[in-house]
Design a protein around this ligand. Structure first.
Ligand code: NAD
Ligand code: AHE
Ligand code: ZN
Length: 410
């Protein structure tokens, strides 16, 4: 029976309130309105950010809601004015929109779109500021403009990436968040060049995708930092050349990295969401050390000419540090970062990235093609599969330290 234009009753995992286990419920999903698309979600994974919002740490968390933002599916129906996709198309819903018309999209300076962001942050749809989900008339809010923990969801057309139907939906669902974020943090935000030294804090899916991106970019030393010792082996498989467990050292982790790398790394990435480690990541970046200067000074006495030349070089080196540190992790509401301003004065740069700087509608389909050509890993990130009904187990797995991504067939 055609359901186009009609409300659908289907299964969804509802988050009624923070920290309360998700509840599989029959809910109502209204038809898409102008500029909207209703999608049959086939596969969804769990990202750390879903758990973060479920835990009540997101200042934009609105409850009750339907979480989920790393998924793939098939268009069921479209609202008025939708031209980019049609029923039957294979798609990845994207939490970062790309309208191609707003000043942000046209700026060429950001992948963030301004058109619908205010509405998605409040859990409603742009056109009427209402939700399309309900249970017996009680509204249930959207999450990140995607709400993929549901058999059917309604999203904005500007948030839909149409992808090659040959690609397996149960794998490419991961291209909705974690993997593009890590790869793009390296390629688009930091722009790591061949020969670089990189430090990654946190070796979950995002951090390991950073490692893969850094390897592809030609980084020669890739240091991976994680307090979970079992990450050492996995990390090597994704390109990490040295695994560091901060618990094995007395010194602060930034000092460990500075010592291991003769002054610091060229690039660092915080992929945990911990403001203390964001500081450590920044302070792991390169600055020529005073100790190095003294050693060079002693050597310089050997030849006077060399002395003059070295002093000149050292003086200029001492003034110039370098290193780019990228914040990828999402910190709890109210948390703030800090460091000594001297860290920036001496040349380090602090940046952040959302969805790895990728333009969602345009570039997610390109990432799918890269996956099909085996240019990027995706399958390797899937450590678990579960029936949708067992979604609360996926939250538990995330904390047991063995799980990268758990994919649920909806
Ligand atoms: P994850 O939970 O799978 O991985 C986090 C890793 O950090 C784990 O391996 C864990 O052992 C390690 N870790 C935790 N505390 C640590 C500590 N004190 N020292 C060292 N290692 C520690 O998470 P994920 O899905 O890979 O996401 C990582 C972060 O990125 C989260 O904060 C998530 O919300 C955020 N995220 C941001 C974006 C973005 O666009 N900016 C996109 C996706 C995810
Ligand atoms: N809502 C939070 C911030 C959450 C956040 O920073 N989200 C990341 C994506 S995490 C995906 O797993 C992001 O892209 N942010 C930019 C955006 O537009 O949401 C808060 O602090 O209010
Ligand atoms: Zn995510």
């Amino acid at each position: 029976m055609a359901r186009e234009g009609k409300t659908i009753t289907c299964k969804a995992a509802v988050a009624w309130e923070p920290k309360r286990p998700l509840s599989i419920e029959e809910i109502q999903v209204e038809p898409p309105k102008t500029g909207e698309v209703r999608i049959k979600i086939t596969d969804t994974a769990l990202c750390h950010t879903d758990a973060y919002t479920w835990n009540g740490l997101d200042s934009e968390g609105v409850f009750p809601c339907i979480l989920g933002h790393e998924a793939a599916g098939i268009v069921e129906s479209v609202g008025e004015g939708v031209t980019d996709v049609k029923p039957g198309d294979h798609v990845i819903p994207c939490y970062q929109a790309e309208c191609r018309e707003c000043r942000f999209c046209k700026s060429g300076k950001t992948n963030l779109c301004g058109k619908i962001r205010d509405a998605t942050g409040k859990g409603v749809m742009f056109v009427d500021r209402r939700t399309r989900f309900s249970k017996n008339g009680k509204p249930i809010y959207h999450f990140m403009g995607t709400s993929t923990f549901s058999e059917y969801t309604v999203v904005h057309e500007v948030s839909v990436a149409k992808v090659n139907p040959v690609a397996p939906l149960e794998k490419i669902c991961l291209l909705g968040c974690g993997i593009p974020t890590g790869l793009g943090a390296v390629w688009n935000t930091a722009k790591v060049e061949p020969g670089s030294t990189v430090a990654i804090f946190g070796l979950g899916t995002v951090g390991l995708a950073v490692a893969e991106g850094a390897k592809i970019a030609g980084a020669t030393r890739i240091l991976g930092v994680d307090t979970n010792p079992s990450k050492a082996k996995t990390a090597k498989d994704f390109g990490v050349t040295e695994f560091i467990n901060p618990n094995d050292y007395e010194k602060p982790i930034q000092q460990v990295i500075v010592d291991l790398t003769d002054g610091g790394v060229d690039y660092s990435f915080e992929c945990i969401g911990n403001v203390k480690l964001m500081r450590a990541a920044l302070e792991s970046c390169m600055k020529v050390l005073l100790l190095n200067l003294l050693v060079e000074l002693v050597n310089s006495f050997i030849i006077v000419l060399q002395f003059i030349s070295n002093v000149y070089n050292m003086a200029s080196n001492f003034k110039q540090g370098w290193g780019v540190s990228v914040i990828v992790g999402v910190a709890p509401a109210g948390a703030e970062i800090s460091t000594r301003p001297f860290m920036l004065v001496t040349g380090r740069v602090w940046k952040g990235t959302a969805f790895g700087g990728f333009k969602s509608r345009s570039q997610v389909p390109q990432l799918v093609e890269k996956y099909l050509k085996k240019d990027i890993k995706v399958d390797e990130f899937i450590t678990h599969n579960l029936p949708f009904e067992d979604i609360n187990k996926a939250f538990e797995l995330m904390h047991d330290g063995q799980c990268l991504r758990c994919v649920m067939h909806v």
